[in-house]
Design a protein around this ligand. Sequence first.
Ligand code: FES
Length: 218
Amino acid sequence: MRPHSSAEWLPLMLSADLPPMTAVPALMPEGTLALWRAESGTLALQADRCPHRGMRLSHGFVRGEALSCIYHGWRYGQTGRCLKIPAHPRLEPPEAIRVETHAVTESGGLIWGCLETPAGRPPTFDGLLPLRMISLSVSPERLATSELLDRREDGRMTIKLAGQDCLLLCLAQPDDSTLLFCLIAESASTDERIAASRALEACRIRLEAGETGKEISR
Ligand code: FES
């Protein structure tokens, strides 16, 4: 598995899986962040901890262009600044009340995040589109040695699913599991996408069961 640097864009989820006015936890190797999409469609990636009393902001709700904490309703903008404290409606929240905010963008049907100032744009994969994201209870190290997967010269992994050559983007998780983003040819038909998705699910079960023989994935 390719090592990550904190200035690297990492895939977080499929764009299609985050509709406007939704907040979700984004699983990064360093821990969970709050990822949300405003009504206008723009994204924010922020610390998953409310500065008030520590509630997880990924449990909050999005209204318009702001994320509200589910506990006492403090409202935060996409820059991280606190915009409103409902218990003190006449108070202009001090500038110092803010959540840490990270770089986030969309490219190729995926949402990408970066903990530090990113070096350039996210990678592009010509001719490929996201198929699905799955969570695997398999460590990245173990995945890297599996004979079910092939490896390209650039270190990325590939797999043939129901006759389709697919690219896998891997994201290590703090609990030693792995998030896998599977990309398939944009020319694949709906039936081919469904068949590949089912084959990926079968592959997940076999990987988690500890099977490694290449023949069982094809
Ligand atoms: S903990 Fe978030 S508003 Fe109180």
